[in-house]
Design a protein around this ligand. Structure first.
Ligand SMILES: [Zn+2]
Length: 275
């Protein structure tokens, strides 16, 4: 994740009423909050009660960054965009095989900031049911340490590792987003993976975020355009750190990639069944 992912100007968020599922206190609270925040224009119809049919459930797998603005650089000088593209494609294949036939891998072109609005525009125009953004993590520049890799001056930080999940309270489907993020966090934890704890630490400065679920590692990050501006439920997954030298190797391995893809499929199945 890099600076470009933060909102620099407030953009109008269209308020779509939240789906309130019976017995979900959190969803009801969020819905009331949204209702208080701004009256719903009468021209906007509330969404029909959703039932999740996997064949029709439109999942967008958003490949983080673009070929022009490739995100973080790994400890071995590979670009984040390549990691994101590979993992998103694999997750897409596994979701499709599992019956989620309307899954789409979204690759966006252009510079970083413009691409954020394009992603959101594409997802909203497609009436996506779920938006999952795939990223790989790094650290703030001040934590980088130099080393030499294949004769080239390179940078790493072995201090932190792990995946992390982000949701935005500004997303009109915040509660549903949080449900999925928790399910995915649980799946990853059950597979023996750990989450990145540093985002809760003061040393992260402006990269510090409220930890909503300290068991499975879900953070709140309201400033992310792709989470706050999408009308569907939306979650951003930092699949692992590519600036950590050991974890970069793991993220490159088919075993780890399969593990993550399997976790996403299992979480999506449960999420869908509960709707
Ligand atoms: Zn990123």
């Amino acid at each position: 994740m890099k600076n470009a992912w933060r909102i620099t100007a407030a953009l109008a968020v269209s308020l779509i009423p939240l789906l309130v599922l019976p017995g979900r206190h959190g969803e009801a609270v969020a819905a009331r909050k949204a209702a208080r925040a701004k009256p719903r224009p009468s021209s906007i119809k509330p969404p029909a009660p959703e039932r999740c049919d996997p064949r029709k459930f439109k999942i967008i797998l958003d490949v983080g960054h673009t070929s022009d603005a490739q995100g973080a650089t790994s400890a071995r000088n590979d670009v984040e965009f390549g990691f994101n593209l590979h993992l998103a494609r694999l997750i897409g294949e596994r979701l499709t095989s599992a019956g989620f036939a309307a899954t789409r891998v979204l690759v966006t072109e252009g510079n970083a900031r413009a691409s954020l609005l394009k992603r959101v525009g594409t997802a909203n125009a497609a009436h996506a049911d779920f938006f999952l953004s795939i990223h790989h993590d790094s650290v703030p520049d001040k934590m980088l340490e130099p080393w030499e890799f294949e004769g080239a001056k390179s940078y790493f930080s072995d201090r932190f590792s792990g995946h992390s999940l982000f949701v935005s309270e500004r997303n009109p489907r915040f509660a549903a987003s949080l449900v999925f993020a928790r399910l995915l966090g649980r799946e990853l934890k059950d597979k023996g993976l750990h989450y990145a704890t540093q985002y809760a630490l003061p040393l992260m400065g402006r990269y510090r975020h409220p930890l909503l679920d300290k068991d499975v590692g879900v953070y709140r990050y309201d400033g992310l355009v792709v989470l706050s501006q999408t009308r569907s439920a939306a979650v951003l997954l930092e699949a692992g750190s590519i600036i950590n030298r050991d974890e970069e190797m793991a993220m490159n391995s088919p075993e780890r990639q399969e593990l993550i893809a399997t976790a996403v499929v299992a979480a999506m199945r449960t999420y869908c069944e509960r709707r």
